[in-house]
Design a protein around this ligand. Structure first.
Ligand SMILES: [Ca+2]
Length: 427
């Protein structure tokens, strides 16, 4: 009975993974029953049901020997979308797209790394490159990064974006704003409103995503610029590196920021201890701010951001150095430092992300969708009560480095890839 042996082995392995949490006696009997009766046993070796919880999507060995702080912090059981949805590549003519955001009229504004914008409609037709933005330094991981329209865009045509800027003091992440001209060929009156100093000569770990919060202020992210020289600044409240930052549309510290009364901290800071924040999104129901960030080798994270909190880097991490060496004291938890809600080891290279708020695919409602770079798929995370309860991989067969994903006004998801593709995923 080789199939039964395999099924029993798989069952016990899954029990170990889930620590008996999701496996009922009934489910166990169901699996054993399947193994005895099934002619094709391959499915029953990998799939075990209770409340639609399957074995985790990740099957590769982790890079570290670290253990999660709580059950479900990594390698949660898989979920699978039951609704019909279609995936369509709308165009492959974008040039290194980096950020995509819906405009109120149903079209999209898309950044291209080298410093221009494109507008796409939901059929994938592209405008000519839009110029008139301040020069970007697109070396390494830099360039024109993320973009967001003003909440009053239909009236004022204002756009806000982040980019890597070369200055005499080194390269840095900056925020600029400008008005989309009526002919949609240029940006008018573009000015830099904020510079995340200090500058540094490297070209890695700039962040960056940008969005508006419910009070009309800008929230954006930076990175710690990767090198050992700048890494400690993620913990330094007098540096803008490795931070989430909240400013007014004029680039001033926003009212209500957590460090306004701390004379040793920069008043624009919102949270700290970040490595390289590549995704930001507001939860459609709670309004909470969520982020993702690149870990080193292992330890990519999803965090629920609370103002003033320390997210740990580089003091605590679920990853090793790329060389395989351990980082700092090789600890994953410490009092006063926040735990990620979820992490990946091996890494997924999470980039832009969005919560799904549409009605077209009801089972996706309030799920988090994350563009995966090296992992080459779109990650779907089901989140309940601020815990991840399921993970799915979408568009794996496309073999694309997904850079950003946004929700359209039509209730579909739209994703851009490093090779220049724009996808529509929806009904
Ligand atoms: Ca962290």
């Amino acid at each position: 009975m080789p199939f039964v042996t395999r099924n029993l082995f798989a069952t016990f392995k899954i029990i170990k993974i889930f620590n008996m949490k999701y496996i009922s006696f009934v489910a166990l009997v169901a699996v054993l029953g399947t193994s005895c009766n099934s002619k094709t046993s391959s499915k029953s070796t990998t799939i075990i049901y209770e409340n639609d919880v399957l074995a985790p999507v990740e099957t590769l060995a982790p890079n570290t020997n670290y253990k999660p702080a709580f059950v479900g912090q990594t390698r949660i059981g898989a979920v699978k979308t039951k609704s019909d949805y279609k995936t369509k590549m709308l165009t492959n003519q974008l040039e290194k797209p980096w950020g995509i955001t819906a405009l109120p009229d149903g079209r999209f504004i898309i950044t291209q790394k080298k410093g221009t914008l494109r507008i796409a409609n939901s059929a994938g037709q592209l405008s000519e490159p839009i110029t008139g933005l301040p020069p970007v330094n697109s070396d390494g991981q830099g360039g024109l990064l993320d973009i967001v329209p003003d909440p009053l865009f239909p009236e004022n045509r204002m756009l806000y974006w982040t980019f890597s800027e070369k200055t005499s003091q080194g390269n840095l992440t900056s925020v600029a704003k400008g008005k989309l001209a009526a002919n949609e060929k240029t940006i008018e009156g573009a000015i830099v409103i904020y510079r995340a100093t200090p500058g540094y000569r490297g070209t890695l770990h700039y962040g960056s995503r940008i969005l508006f919060d419910s009070s009309g202020h800008l929230i954006f992210s930076t990175g710690e610029r990767s090198d050992m020289e700048t890494r400690p600044q993620a913990q330094d409240l007098n540096s803008a590196l490795g931070k989430i930052i909240r400013i007014t549309t004029d680039g001033k510290p926003a009212a209500g920021n957590p460090f306004l009364k701390n004379s040793k901290a920069r008043p624009e800071l919102y949270s700290f201890g970040h490595r390289n924040v590549q995704g930001l999104a507001l939860h459609p129901i709670t309004g909470d701010l969520w982020e993702n960030e690149f870990g080193p080798r292992g330890g990519d994270e999803v965090n629920l951001i609370q103002p003033g909190k320390n997210y740990g880097w580089p003091t605590i991490t679920y990853g090793y150095e790329y060389s395989g060496e351990k980082i700092g004291e090789a600890i994953t938890q410490k009092d006063g430092l926040e735990q990620p809600v979820y992490y990946w080891d091996p890494v997924s290279s999470p980039s832009g992300m969005t919560f799904y708020s549409g009605d077209a695919i009801p089972e996706w409602k309030n799920n988090l969708f994350i563009a995966g770079l090296s992992s080459q798929h779109i990650i779907r995370l089901v989140i309940e009560n601020n815990k991840v309860t399921g993970e799915e991989r979408l568009l794996e067969s496309e073999n694309q480095r997904f850079r950003d994903v946004a929700e359209g006004t039509d209730g579909a998801l739209y994703a851009v890839t490093d090779s220049g593709r724009l996808y529509r995923i929806g009904k």
